[in-house]
Design a protein around this ligand. Structure first.
Ligand code: UDP
Length: 344
């Protein structure tokens, strides 16, 4: 089996590539290196000789994607390549629509146009597609109405629609296309072998931001909003370890049936507030962390965490790491040993 991983040099994509290589799968990884790291690919290629092909290129280049599919006889696609910052998507929505919506369309055109069309697809969706779930629908199940409150969430929901429409057209044409949407909650932590980490510039995700403050790389952490209708006034999220998340991808691919479209939430099923995360980082790192309370960040829903019943029942997925301190510790270890990220 050979899998095309788009965005394979990024944070989640590289962890997926690592898992697939460990499973003995051949991988073609495509990344434009906007936020991905060629170094992550060279480390993985060295650890798994002969099974990883890495190509620097853009998903918007449909001809390139189709050529990769044809050349390598791709059996399935895991599509990670996307922009994924809620705040940035509010400031620069067009970039999000171009990469996340047009980019997906470009990959699907390549899948359809290939000599042997790709008929298996795992799509990185997001709990952002739910927006703020209505009262009584938290923890969130897959049937919760999808009503995103940020451009990022909307691009992911449009991606799901595009894939459903595409799968339906393939079904009618007698060429079934199976697709699974994994709606990620807040992905965090790092490869516990210490090879791969999280290295974003700029970094905006909560856990790495707080870790950077602990490391002295930022003077403080801005706490975005303290007046939310939650017990301590700060937003509640579900933090899932990246290795558990990629395990859901492998399971999704294994469970796929011809022409079937499925959607699963991937989160551990427990919510933590921003203040709780900061406290947990203090406990793990034993460092001072200065917090500056700030205004709410546009596009942030107050409370979102998962009900993992469906993903557990149908894919047999359960988070291996549910201890918040252990999850944070995996990220902290990489950051301490790689204070400049992949650059050193
Ligand atoms: N957050 C914060 N300060 C930061 C980064 C994030 O207070 O420097 C908050 C953010 O407003 C949200 C939560 O932490 O309530 C998680 O944000 P993140 O960007 O990590 O993930 P998101 O839920 O937006 O995908």
């Amino acid at each position: 089996m050979t899998i095309l991983v788009t965005g394979g040099a990024g944070y989640i994509g590289s962890h997926a590539v690592q898992r697939l290589l460990r499973d003995g799968v051949r991988v073609v990884s495509l990344d434009n290196e906007f936020r991905g790291h060629a170094k992550a690919m060279s480390l993985l290629a060295a650890a798994h000789p002969g099974r990883l092909t890495y190509v620097k290129g853009d998903i918007l280049d449909s001809v390139l994607v189709r050529t990769l599919i044809d050349t390598h006889g791709i059996d399935a696609v895991m599509h990670f390549a996307a922009h994924a910052y809620v705040g940035e998507s509010v400031q620069d929505p067009l970039t999000y629509y171009r990469n996340n919506v047009t980019g997906l369309g470009s990959v699907l055109e390549a899948c359809e146009g290939a000599k042997k069309p790709v008929a298996r697809f795992v799509f990185s969706s997001s709990c952002s597609t739910y927006g703020q779930p209505p009262a009584g629908m938290i923890p969130v199940r897959e049937e919760c109405p999808q009503d995103p409150v940020s451009p990022y969430g909307r691009t992911k929901l449009i991606g799901e629609w595009m894939l459903r429409d595409f799968a339906e057209s393939r079904r009618v044409a007698g060429k079934p296309f199976a697709c699974t949407f994994l709606r990620y909650f807040n992905v965090c932590g790092c490869d516990r072998s210490g090879l791969l980490g999280e290295d974003h510039a700029p970094e905006t995700h909560l856990i790495p931001v707080v870790l950077q403050a602990a490391l002295g790389q930022r003077p403080h952490v801005g706490l975005f909003g303290t007046d939310y209708p939650t017990p301590d006034g700060t937003c509640i999220r579900d933090y899932v370890h990246v290795e558990d998340l990629v395990d859901a991808h492998v399971r999704a691919l294994g469970a796929m049936k011809d022409g079937q479209v499925r959607a699963y939430n991937v989160g551990i099923g427990k919510g933590y507030s921003v203040r709780q995360i900061i406290e947990a980082v203090r406990a793990v790192t034993k460092r001072e962390i200065k917090v500056v309370e700030q205004a709410r960040r546009p596009g942030d829903p107050p409370e979102v965490f998962n009900d993992p019943t469906l993903v557990t029942r149908e894919l047999g997925w359960k988070p291996g790491m549910t201890d918040l301190h252990a999850i944070i510790d995996s990220a902290w270890r990489w950051m301490v040993t790689h204070p400049k990220g992949y650059a050193g």
